[in-house]
Design a protein around this ligand. Structure first.
Ligand SMILES: [Zn+2]
Length: 559
């Protein structure tokens, strides 16, 4: 995550906090899997981010407020602890209550009275921002989401869940709803939510792997154009003029997964900018104003090794970036990886959305499960049954979120191919049916001509095309003008077509003939006395015979 990390809107005051970057590596964090808690966390996280964004908007530390802190000689926050975030004791150096209310010296009873609440109650009007002398919290910047956590005094008579953290001109503001009483310069114990931090680090480190892997697959023109790193997914934007093919994306995904499996150490070190820029293959943006020294983050090769021979072409084989974000200590912390979406972000810029950890495992498993279901469902199906199954499978595939993008594309293609096969089979069958119908009309018509039959009820299984049945009847009536009713049984469905004659319109109207025939198996029919059609679904051979009998009986009684 290079570039944008350094584009933090610094107010008019000059801030030195950025120089406090630590050299310590991120602590090793265990990754625990708890599906129910995990789902809950996802929902909560979405809410937290939205609510926090609103609060931050209302409580943004604007330029004048920052200037006020500077005038009071309050040092900017020492946030160097963010790379090794342990619980720590801090001192409250500012209590910010928003543009209207300004800075407070106390959170006392009158604060809650003004908010029409008791000190114990939650109230959206109560949101405040606390600035400490130092902090282990990572403030939202460079596309990486802020840490959340809690602060409390030693007696726990004051507590606040930290729901959002943002930095303004070097002052890190911790937002939340206070409970209890607090005064300026009071000591507080602060602690970040390490489980969530671990998820964010998994995703952040994976942005580096994507950045590297995309360039390896697509070419040197690929530059990062931004990223949004959350606990449960991340977005990565990069320059590339056209959509990635499934093969390209698959290769990119596979390379990232391979680096994860390699369990490479992730190194970081602050390096004088001039020296850092000499490193071959380092990701940096043209025209970007990087701090000096700059933090170099490298996966698989130590920064000292890079600096010992900075121009070696060998370094092009590693993910090396200038970055101030938080990273996992090794490449295998994310467990696995998958891309779930690829789209245009703007002209010449593509955006991928990716998962790591349990989300990625779930997505890859969902894909395996779907493949098994799809193959079983398609097995042995042909023609219309195949076509219907394909439609059902496509509907299901569309509804599956958090699904590996490449797999979805491949399954879609497989289903499109199956649909083509079904359509071709149905066309071929229709041709055969037409031929059968023509032969039937010719032979039966000739027999009728020789007989003194008053009507005809016959079965002609040629699919569910009532038009073909109708034409067949017409063809026979040309040879002998008598009322005719044809039934076609196919794939559990019976289609009925009947045509009367001028002479029999009054006694054997086609519409009544059809409705009587189909009603024996709860079918539906419609038409006029001269010609009518009907359909029955979910029927068996027995039902077909019952319909034939009903049609014969009705005609015999009414002709
Ligand atoms: Zn980074």
């Amino acid at each position: 995550m290079p570039s944008i990390l350094w584009r933090i809107p610094v107010n008019k005051v000059v801030i030195a906090a950025r120089a406090c970057l630590t050299r310590q590596k991120a602590v090793a964090l265990g990754f625990q899997v708890d599906k129910a808690a995990h789902k809950k966390a996802m929902e909560e996280n979405a809410g937290v981010v939205d609510a926090a964004a609103k609060k931050m908007e209302l409580l943004a530390l604007h330029g004048e407020a920052v200037a006020e802190l500077v005038e009071q000689s309050i040092d900017t926050t020492n946030d160097s602890f963010k790379y090794d975030p342990k619980p720590m004791e801090v001192s409250v150096v500012a209590i910010w209550c928003g543009r209207r209310k300004g800075f407070f010296e106390y959170i006392d009873k009158s604060f809650y009275v003004e908010c029409e609440q008791s000190p114990d109650a939650e109230n959206p009007k109560n949101h405040i921002g606390l600035v400490f002398d130092k902090t282990p919290f990572y403030a939202e910047q460079g596309g990486q989401i802020f840490d959340i956590g809690c602060v409390r005094n030693s007696s726990s008579s004051f507590t606040m869940d930290v729901e959002a953290v943002k930095v303004y001109g070097g002052y890190v503001v911790h937002y939340g709803t206070p409970k209890g009483l607090l005064k300026l310069n009071e000591s507080l114990n602060v602690e970040i939510d390490m489980k969530r931090r671990a998820l964010v680090m998994n995703n952040h480190t994976s942005t580096h792997l994507c950045n590297f892997s995309l360039r390896s697959t697509l070419g040197d023109h690929v530059e990062q154009q931004g990223s949004d790193v959350f606990a449960h997914r991340f977005r990565f934007d990069f320059s590339h003029g056209k959509p990635l093919t499934v093969d390209e994306l698959e290769e990119m995904d596979e390379r990232v997964r391979k680096i994860i499996l390699q369990d490479l150490p992730v190194y970081d070190k602050e390096v004088p900018l001039d020296e850092a820029k000499q490193i071959c293959g380092v990701r940096q943006m043209f025209g970007e104003a990087y701090p000096d020294p700059v933090r170099v983050v490298s996966v698989g090769v130590s920064v000292d090794d890079l600096l010992a021979n900075p121009t070696s072409e060998e370094w092009k084989n590693y993910a090396i970036e200038f970055c101030g974000g938080t990273h996992t200590p090794s490449s295998n912390a994310p467990i696995t990886f998958t891309t779930i979406n690829e789209e245009a972000k703007s002209k010449g810029v593509r955006r991928i959305v990716c998962l790591t950890g349990q989300e990625a495992l779930d997505a890859l498993q969902a894909s395996k499960d779907y493949k098994t279901r799809m193959e079983a469902a398609l097995e042995g199906k042909t023609r219309s049954a195949l076509s219907t199954t394909v439609a059902d499978l496509l509907k299901e595939l569309d509804s599956l979120k958090n699904f590996p993008y490449c797999d979805k594309s491949r399954f879609r293609q497989a289903l499109a191919d199956a649909k083509k096969t079904a359509t071709a089979q149905m066309k071929e069958q229709e041709k055969e049916f037409k031929k059968i119908a023509a032969d039937f009309a010719k032979e039966t018509g000739a027999q009728l001509k020789e007989s003194d039959q008053k009507f005809l009820v016959a079965r002609l299984d040629i699919g569910s095309n009532c038009g073909v049945l109708k034409n067949t009847i017409k063809s026979m009536q040309k040879q002998k003008m008598i009322p005719i009713c044809l039934l076609s049984f196919c794939d559990g469905k019976v289609s009925v077509s009947a045509s009367s004659t001028k002479a029999a319109l009054g006694t054997l109207p086609a519409n009544k003939w059809v409705s009587t025939t189909v009603s024996s198996v709860n079918g539906k029919g419609g038409g006029k006395p001269d010609a009518a059609q009907g359909v029955c679904t979910n029927v068996n051979e027995e039902n077909v015979q019952a319909m034939m009998d009903a049609a014969n009986e009705f005609a015999s009684q009414n002709i």
